[in-house]
Design a protein around this ligand. Structure first.
Ligand code: RRO
Length: 310
């Protein structure tokens, strides 16, 4: 019932982890392999391994999470080694996230993937909010266009981009116009809402150490923004560019709403962190129950069909 075709492969369901959550180590990735998730993605990789920001750098809060991890990861070779082994005995294409901290590093990362035997889908993260001194790339429209222009000079494998949330109709229009110039496989909206601040009511203190407490916000807080970004891009991008919906998925109803807005795959970050990989089975069951109640046989019956008021 939940089967989802993405880039010619039929996944059992559209559910995935969001990059960054439960995907830093081979052990965590293996747990996703063995979960009910239809697909999964690796932690955003840089060329060299990174320690990331000082701890505490992630906090669960009542309505979601705040993080300033600072791109800790084991380096691109570690994840590429995992991916090449994975694809030897799995048909489902793996998603592989990269996030350079400069244009040159992004190009070098993608060149490495291009030159490897990797057969999966690459996600270029243009929206990390947490590396001090490095603005989120996709808030700089000319820079985004420049990077994609350089990338598609040589990159011929399937590529998606992870975007930050936008909050203005003019920005949806401008970013969609840029993205439509390129042979992208997908757009993934949204990354965390960058640089929020959470204060603990008992201690009057922020809850994460880096950046005086500023960090990316995920979870319940972000669902309306995520849905708006999914809808805005679904209605602006050419049909060849699919949407991955990420942000505020805690229940089958949240997943259903992302699909109504036009998402094809769905990623879960904060609630996966809180609940662990068993979440995929729960959300899949809840989504199926909603579909049955509404008389839908497949996701294609309602994808993108959110109703507006005349
Ligand atoms: O590692 C992080 O701090 C991080 C990244 Br790369 C990202 O893309 N989004 C996020 O919330 N945290």
């Amino acid at each position: 019932m939940l089967q989802t075709t993405f880039l010619d492969y039929i996944y059992e369901n559209p559910l995935m982890n969001a990059s960054g959550v439960h995907c830093m180590t081979v052990e965590e990735l293996t747990a996703l392999e063995n979960s009910a998730a239809g697909a999964f993605i690796t932690k955003s990789a840089t060329l060299a391994p990174r320690e990331g920001n000082p701890e505490p750098r992630y906090a669960d809060v009542p309505l979601g999470s705040i993080n300033s991890m600072g791109l800790p990861n084991n380096g691109v070779d570690y994840y590429l080694d995992y991916a090449l082994k994975y694809q030897m005995n799995h048909e489902a294409p793996l998603f592989f996230s990269v996030a350079g901290t400069s244009v040159d590093e992004n190009i070098a990362l993608l060149q490495k993937i291009q030159d490897s035997d990797f057969q999966g889908i690459t996600e270029l993260n243009l929206s990390c909010p947490n590396v001090p001194g490095k603005p989120q790339v996709a808030y700089d429209f000319p820079l985004t266009e420049k990077i994609l222009t350089e990338v598609f000079q040589f990159f011929t494998k399937p590529l998606g981009v992870k975007l930050p949330p936008y909050f203005d109709m003019a920005h949806f229009d401008q970013m969609a116009e840029i993205l439509n110039k390129f042979p992208l496989t997908y757009v993934n909206s949204i990354n965390s809402i960058g640089n929020g601040l959470y204060i603990d009511p008992e201690s009057d203190q922020v809850v994460i150490r880096p950046k005086e407490g500023f960090g990316g916000i995920g979870g319940e807080y972000v669902k309306p923004t995520a849905l708006a970004n999914v809808r805005a891009f679904a209605t602006r991008l050419k049909p060849e560019i699919k949407i991955i919906g990420t942000g505020g998925i805690l229940t089958g109803q949240d997943a259903y709403e992302h699909l109504l807005c036009g998402a094809t795959m769905l990623q879960i970050g904060t609630q996966l962190q809180k609940e662990g990989p068993a979440i995929f089975e729960r959300i899949a069951q809840e989504l199926e129950a909603i579909m049955k109640k509404k008389g839908y046989q497949s996701i294609a019956d309602f994808r993108g069909k959110v109703k507006t008021i005349n």
